[in-house]
Ligand binder design. Structure first.
Ligand code: HAM
Length: 430
């Protein structure tokens, strides 16, 4: 026997049933995917699907070289017969914009897009943090008013409501202003941090020059006082940025959406400006951010397109579903409608019967093999099917089938196979 090969660390299999160390099943996941398809349709967003592998330069240019994601966490490799550097996508925004620019999608009209799929970051795995994880992302391209910022939040709130987790999530918002405002704030921030250089930890001292805003994001308790007293970006916002931010907040208020203003919310990717936001929970331990996003006006231009304003967000599916599983609701439809039992002499008739039932719109799990009917009935029970259909030797001879209500309401009845769909529908609605 060969040696077993295991999945790569931080990358999970999604199995029909939950695993000991990964509490999500494929049925639960699929129910969520169905919900997402309905949800995005409700808001008029169209799906975009892009490759999982892109040129490394795309992520360097959009997410930023100094970010953890690009600097430390990307899976990057050289294409074998080429000098081209490729990377597994660590997020979806860059790929989405690359495709939009490449196909000139903004030529005629703005775009409202969504995507769903695996992303890759070489982080230290723990509950809620994986090396292959999955996101649902939404991007609205070509709209500059705060109304679309508020639509992003309304969309999230709508999904949280449907999943029954509205009460578990808190919305934090901030405005990062425009490039000039951030530069003025950055200069003041670096000057301030320099006066505290001796107290900073190594990470913060390094970031002070590369990405000083991220110092404010430090989780080190010893630095909280310094971070709290640091110059606030909000004091550097000009009239236009302030008006945008105020307009956004007014629209949230008008919808009755509660939020906390967090002047230290900066996000981990470099492309943001103006509105940024995160939905967090206190129910998942350290991995508290379930969904995050914001504006990235200017990025489309930097990626070679005709510049257009843009905003979007993405949620981590694993984190979200762990929360839904524990505190929310999501109806899974894993059980078949019918478990079809058969005896060896009746196999051909049983197959015809399964075809007939499927054509009538039922989900049919047909027993495979020739076990005793008693044994098959146990399997039918375990499958969770509402009905069992039995095609034994005597039924097969008469072109008949026996229908059994597994919930017991209607008992058991033998009818002509062709009459099964009607009888099942009668019993279902009885
Ligand atoms: P992000 O904040 O890097 O933003 O990721 C969004 C969400 O993905 C996080 O809030 C988290 O739930 C999930 N996530 C990130 N890393 C991991 C991980 N290692 N394991 C499990 N879940 C994870 C973005 O990716 C932006 N592209 C969002 C965006 C779209 N901004 C504008 N448009």
């Amino acid at each position: 026997m060969g040696q077993k090969i295991q999945a790569v660390k931080g990358m999970n299999d999604l199995l029909p049933a939950e695993q000991k160390d990964f509490k999500l099943s494929s049925a639960f996941w699929q129910a969520f995917e169905d919900t997402v398809v309905r949800w995005t349709r409700r808001f008029g967003y169209s799906q975009i699907r892009t490759p999982i592998v892109e040129q490394t330069g795309l992520f360097v240019r959009s997410i930023g070289e100094e970010t953890d994601v690009v600097g430390k966490e990307m899976y990057t490799f050289a294409d074998s017969n080429d000098t081209l550097s490729l990377s597994l996508r660590p997020e979806g925004t860059a790929s989405c914009l690359r495709a939009v620019v490449e196909h000139n999608l903004l030529y005629n009209s703005p775009q409202k897009l969504w995507y769903m799929g695996p992303m890759f970051r070489r982080e230290r795995p723990q509950k809620g943090r994986y090396r292959q994880f999955h996101q649902v992302g939404v991007e609205a391209l070509g709209f500059d008013g705060p109304d679309v910022d508020a639509e992003m939040i309304a969309m999230c709130a709508d999904l949280w409501r449907e999943l029954g987790i509205a009460g578990e999530l808190t919305l934090e918002i901030n405005s990062l202003g425009n490039r000039e405002e951030r530069a003025a704030h950055r200069a003041a921030l670096v000057a301030y941090l320099q006066t505290h250089e001796n107290t900073l930890d190594d990470d913060s001292r390094r970031r002070m020059h590369t990405n000083p805003l991220r110092v404010l994001d430090s989780k080190n308790p010893a630095l909280q006082d310094i971070c709290n007293a640091a110059p606030h970006l909000s004091d550097y916002l000009g009239a236009d940025s302030l008006a945008h931010y105020t307009g956004f907040k007014r629209l949230l208020d008008a919808q009755g959406i509660a939020y906390t203003e967090n002047p230290r919310l900066v996000r981990g990717l470099d492309y943001y400006n103006l509105t940024v936001f995160e939905w967090t929970t206190d129910k998942l331990g350290a991995q508290a951010t379930v969904c995050g996003g914001g504006r990235y006006n200017g990025l489309i231009g930097e990626l070679g397109g005709k510049d257009a304003p843009a905003i979007g967000f993405a949620m981590g599916i694993e984190r979200l579903l762990l929360l839904v599983r524990e505190y929310g609701r999501l109806k899974t439809e894993a059980a078949p409608d019918i478990y079809l039992m058969q005896q060896e002499e009746g196999q051909a008739a049983a197959m015809r019967c399964a075809t007939l039932l499927r054509a009538a719109g039922f989900n049919v799990l047909q027993h495979s093999g020739a076990q005793s009917l008693k044994n098959q009935m146990k399997k039918a029970d375990a499958s969770g099917a509402r009905f069992a259909v039995i095609v034994g030797a005597s039924e097969a001879e008469q072109g008949a089938a026996t229908l059994k209500d597994m919930q017991g309401w209607n008992g058991q009845q033998t009818v002509a196979a062709a009459a099964l769909p009607e009888l099942i529908n009668q019993w279902k609605n009885a």
